[in-house]
Design a protein around this ligand. Sequence first.
Ligand code: FIX
Ligand code: ZN
Length: 416
Amino acid sequence: MYKDANELVAAVRKAVETTVVTDVHTHLFPPSHGDMLLWGADEILTYHYLVAELFTVAPRDLTYEKFWAMPKSAQADLVWEHLFLNRGALSEAARGAITTFNRLGLDVAGRDLTGIRKWFAEQNIEEYLPKVFTMANIDYAVMTNDVFSAAQTELWRQGLAVPECLKTALRIDPLFADGWEKAAGVMVEAGYAVKAEPDEKTCDEVRRYLLDWSARIKPVYFAASIGPEFAYGDDSAFTRLIDRAVMPAAAEAGVPLALMIGVRRDVNPGLRDAGVGVGVSDVMALARMLQKHTDAKLLVTMLSRVNQHELTVLARNFGNLHIFGCWWYCNNPSIISEMTRQRLEMLGTAFTCQHSDARVLDQLIYKWNHARKLVADVLVDKYGDLFEAGWRPTEEEINRDVRAIFGGSFEEFLNR
Ligand code: FIX
Ligand code: ZN
């Protein structure tokens, strides 16, 4: 039991620094899936967050077409030149690349990109992947496994090795909005009696498709990212698919459905993954889903900062809603700090404070390093206030509660 405020602060910082993290959403793949797993200097520098930034300052004659036609190393050179050498690398994503190189022991202060590339070229991915997980202190990371992508399903059919530190999530985005035609085509090809419109029989076939893939890849959850215009409870294909295919399949598989809400895809298609915007969503549509599916479990993150307060309140109203992460445009120090405070103040430890969304393996290093520091600052304040109020926590209690928001509550939610 800490009787001294300074000792308490040191214990909180130590707990956050050393706690094992569960990374509940990433875009990583096993090494056996070859080029799908991104890693190394050029991938770090061409992260789509940095590509978007590059185009805010690049010369006008650098068209998207020219950029995408370049080899990855030339794209990375451009990012390095414009964002790191000609400007001060002040954005969160640019700082992330610097933290990553630095923590790997590479000479980023010396601006030695050639040396950095040489070091990566000498790494063996099978040995490098566990090293990164150890550095970031992660027990496991959940992948994004699109069961409507031929490239991905083909690899799963081959039954390739997957390390224990990577778990699957069954991703279903193409079922909704513009993707339906493609999703229907994939299911028809695979022998499911799916029609052009998701009527009841078709929904039953979709459900069968999801369950068959679920049995094969054993996901931690089903997942979809959806737009801010999403509505629920109406007569739409979305409502039908959720009610008759997705929710029943997730329930039968015994896993939650994760919804990542608020993406405006194709705001600027020339930028590809980087050309995505954000919109404010109707949190009541989510409430209606929770009212209807009282037995279902929903994991939710929202992209708009504007939605965060309402979403946190909703999580107090529904024990079957678990909120997670500061997603994408919310993954910035100022917003992480604000969101984490808000969530702690209203939910205690019943949420997951962050996920990395890493697309490139090495990003686990900076995403978790930055997140740990920010969350530690917030917790130091909160424990300080508690101390002043007269509470005296023990080391075990601090470790337990820190672990809770870094993955413990998520695991508890899965097992509830
Ligand atoms: O839909 C998603 O899972 C998004 O996180 C990604 O598509 C997005 O490109 C991303 O990497 C954001 O961090
Ligand atoms: Zn993602």
